[in-house]
Design a protein around this ligand. Structure first.
Ligand SMILES: *Cc1c(COP(=O)(O)O)cnc(C)c1O
Length: 497
């Protein structure tokens, strides 16, 4: 009561709304930010690819929740001083870790406009909705799916795999999972098959779906790191005899370790014979259909029931941009559509329109992810995106030649797509020592701000892993990588002697 009887406080200037007090000075500041942003990208090579944040910068982030307003120019100053100099490094030409795209200016502007318009892509009748529909239909064409397929943009490959596998589970369970929930005697026996090289996001999805990690049966790979199709077929037959319920095969188009592409035609044949859902995890490789080099190994992808694509990887969209395409629109919609009164559609006006994206995924409110993709595809066209992919593949082969030509270096796996796994190995050293040595080389490459390579372990062997999903990398960058790996390796050996 006491509180409510108080005089209303005088409204502070600037508190009438969240808009700028002075539009003109906000405009000037934004002009400066645009200039700075373009320079930041254009001159990325001149800055350290990565650096450790000093203690005072770490400490700067340790403050309480701001209560009082600050001037936006001051906020921008803090961004420039405390955040911009300490990036992850992935827009730099020598970033080859994990598997990431390098971003584009147009993609960034697309995100800017998406936030300025700030529509909600859950559904409705408005141009942003049309844009996402167009992107989905372009993706459907790109992977040669029938026009009747459905899809939506999601945060990334993980969410795309989750969405695809959930549709697969519901379509193949043989009863209404949405109403009944998981039945012990069914869920316990449902099985999904992939190679041992499958990305962890698929296992995570199956765990979240309530099928448990045990539902994922990982089949050994051949020497080229693709799934052993013969053993896969044997395992499925064995499991069926044992009373299990195989329902899905996950084929990987571009594995995270070595860029291997499973024999998708062979997987499609098994799926047809055994009545299984074929999900293709194409987070790395699906967009590579745009490159003539990769069209052939990707044959069979069009036979899948669902495909997960990642546009923030080899298509360089700013994070986040993933995509799921499902061949059977009904199965897709039946998995997610739930329309309460407050979301009922009208026949006219902003709440009209048929296919609301919220009926095809978990998210209701969704950002306008499609705009950056739409602007970028229009600006560059698929041919140029394909050329960038081909260029990276050629660069990986070039790097492979440098490694083979150097007696102190050892290539550790066949080069798949744009991924090269190798190590410094001057000879006569045990694997254990080589592992330590190469870990140290990788860390020193980062700490000296020479490059950010990736790493993985194949068998028990630690590899320096170079994934060149980078439209800014040049051959000279790769020459220097090799030079410095050998230099650092030699130094470490000398220090031990
Ligand atoms: C990166 C990756 C994912 C996960 O994608 P996110 O966009 O990081 O969520 C899934 N599968 C493969 C093969 C990947 O390389």
């Amino acid at each position: 009561m006491e509180e409510m009887n108080r005089e209303p406080e005088k409204v502070e200037q600037g508190s009438e709304s969240l808009d700028p007090l002075d539009w003109e000075s906000m405009k000037s500041l934004l002009h400066i930010m645009v200039d700075d942003a373009i320079d930041y990208v254009a001159n990325v090579r001149d800055r350290k690819i990565w650096q450790e944040m000093p203690d005072h910068v770490q400490a700067y982030f340790d403050t309480t929740l701001p209560e009082r307003p600050s001037d936006i120019t001051q906020v921008y100053r803090e961004l420039k001083e405390k955040i911009l100099p300490y990036p992850m490094g992935n827009i730099h030409p020598r970033f080859w870790a994990w598997y990431m795209g390098s971003g584009t200016i147009t993609g960034a502007i697309g995100d800017f406009w998406a936030s300025i318009m700030n529509p909600n892509l859950g559904g409705g009748n408005h141009a942003p909705h049309k844009v996402e529909e167009q992107i989905i239909s372009w993706m459907i064409d790109m992977i040669q799916f029938p026009k009747s397929a459905s899809g939506l943009l999601v945060s990334g490959g993980s969410m795309a795999n989750f969405t695809g596998l959930l549709v697969a589970r519901n379509a193949k369970a043989g009863y209404d999972v949405r109403t009944e929930g998981l039945k012990d005697n069914v869920a316990n026996r449902m099985r999904v098959y992939s190679s041992t090289e499958v990305h962890s996001s698929n296992q995570k999805a199956l765990e979240i779906m309530g099928l448990g990690a045990k539902s994922l049966c990982k089949i050994p790979v051949l020497d080229d790191y693709t799934i052993d199709v013969t053993r896969l077929q044997e395992q499925i037959c064995k499991d069926k005899v044992a009373g299990l319920l195989p329902f899905c095969i996950i084929g990987t188009a571009g594995t995270i370790n070595t860029g291997a592409i499973d024999d998708l035609n062979a997987l499609a044949d098994i799926c047809e014979r055994e009545d299984l859902w074929l999900h293709v995890d194409g987070a790395i490789g699906a967009v590579a259909v745009l490159s003539d080099r990769v069209k052939r190994p990707l044959r069979g992808m069009e036979k899948a029931d669902s495909v997960a694509l990642d546009l923030h990887k080899w298509m360089h969209m700013p994070f986040e941009a993933g995509c799921i395409i499902v061949k059977h629109q009904d199965a897709h919609k039946n998995t997610f559509s739930l329309i309460p009164e407050y979301l009922a559609k009208n026949t006219r006006g902003v709440a009209s329109g048929e296919n609301w994206f919220s009926e095809y995924g978990l998210q209701l409110s969704r950002r306008f992810r499609a705009l950056k993709v739409w602007m970028s595809l229009k600006e560059h066209g698929t041919i140029r995106f394909g050329d960038m992919i081909s260029k990276n593949i050629d660069q990986a082969q070039y790097l492979g030649r440098l490694i083979r030509a150097n007696a102190k270096l050892e290539l550790l796996a066949p080069i798949g797509l744009d991924i090269v796994c190798f190590r410094y190995n001057p000879g006569k050293l045990k694997d254990e020592l080589l592992n330590d040595l190469n870990k140290e080389i990788k860390l020193q490459l980062e700490e000296e701000a020479i490059a950010v390579p990736g790493y993985t372990t194949l068998g028990d062997v630690y590899c320096i892993r170079i994934a060149i999903a980078n439209h800014r990398t040049t051959l000279q960058d790769l020459n220097e990588l090799i030079f410095h790996v050998v230099r650092l390796g030699d130094n470490l050996i000398r220090a031990q002697a």
